[in-house]
Design a protein around this ligand. Structure first.
Ligand code: CP
Ligand code: NVA
Length: 304
């Protein structure tokens, strides 16, 4: 059986140097791709992709990414495999490890991803849980570096729900040394451990004021008010988060050359105005494109 190198279950699994290495590799793969230079670094390898939630970017970027690397991706809708009928995660992990060279999973509970990794002998990649979204934040970091050159002295302001994105962005700030300010309603703070960790590292400020968070920011970031799995709370959340959006007035408080990022999908006139979204669409869609390059770098790093 394949000997497992490492998993990517959360960004905190990676050393700062490993984050830099993934970003450097993602830049290199992006450049090669644009120049038409093939890089079949995972020739003949297979990636299984388990989804219990919807996805556009994660699904397509992983599938296209493994193909461009010379391998093949298998889309495994959890409802279509025996996992959805109650086959234990630990058995699924042991079976899939006999066929595949890597497993990407998007699901609800972080502990399910961790159990999958514990019983799997091939690398497991977290494609989003309710707790975190490490692949997205690596693409965000690649994008920030492209636009700003370096993380040194940067401030990222995150406006909205203290959700999976907020948790992973804190981890991203800790790994790169960038400052992060999170503005969220008091009962919707990021994970308490993550907040403690961010504060100890001296990179995190949490506030309920988006004006405080956005002041002099280099990067403004937001995400949906109701994440996947919270659909029944949508109306209620619209009230709670009604002030937590990015608009032209908030942009005025940020640095003049501030960029705007959004992991997507976006809800215009909720967490971001259509005007700001379109004005900053170049950055936002570069960020979406970078999912492909970063995903490839992650797979090469873990499965190569
Ligand atoms: N940002 C992101 O993960 O998008 P998908 O839900 O479309 O994969
Ligand atoms: N917080 C969002 C992120 C989607 C990429 C969700 O979990 O639905």
């Amino acid at each position: 059986m394949t000997k497992k190198r490492k998993d990517l279950l959360r960004l905190s699994d990676l050393e700062p140097q490993e984050v830099t290495d993934i970003l450097d590799l993602a830049d290199k793969l992006k450049k090669e791709r644009k120049q038409g230079i093939p890089h079949r670094l995972l020739e003949g390898k297979t990636l299984g992709m388990i989804f219990t939630k919807a996805s556009t970017r994660t699904r397509v970027s992983f599938e296209v990414g493994i193909y461009q690397l010379g391998g093949i991706g298998l889309y495994l809708n959890a409802g279509d495999i025996q996992l959805g009928r109650g086959e234990p995660i630990r058995d699924t992990a042991r079976v899939l490890s006999r066929y595949l060279d890597g497993i990407m999973i998007r699901t609800y509970k972080q502990r399910d991803v961790e159990e999958l990794a514990r019983y799997s002998s091939v690398p497991v990649i977290n494609g989003l849980t309710d707790y975190c979204h490490p692949c997205q934040v690596l693409a965000d970091l690649q994008t920030i570096r492209e636009y700003k050159g370096d993380f040194k002295g940067l401030k990222l302001a995150y406006i909205g729900d203290g959700n999976n994105m907020a948790n992973s962005l804190i981890a991203g700030a800790i790994k790169t040394g960038m400052k992060i300010a999170i503005a969220c309603p008091p009962n919707y703070m990021p994970d308490a451990e993550m907040v403690k960790w961010g504060k100890e590292a001296g990179v995190l400020e949490v506030t309920d004021s988006k004006w405080v968070a956005a002041k002099d920011a280099d990067v403004l970031y937001t995400d949906v008010w109701a994440s996947m799995g919270q659909e029944s709370e949508t109306a209620f959340r619209k009230e709670i988060f009604s002030g937590y959006f990015i608009d032209g007035a908030l942009m005025e408080t940020a640095k003049k050359d501030a960029i705007v990022l959004h992991c997507l999908p976006a809800h215009r006139e909720e967490e971001i105005t259509g005007e700001v979204f379109e004005k900053h669409s170049a950055e936002i869609f570069d960020e979406a494109e970078n999912r492909l390059h970063v995903q490839k770098a992650i797979m090469v790093t873990l499965m190569g």
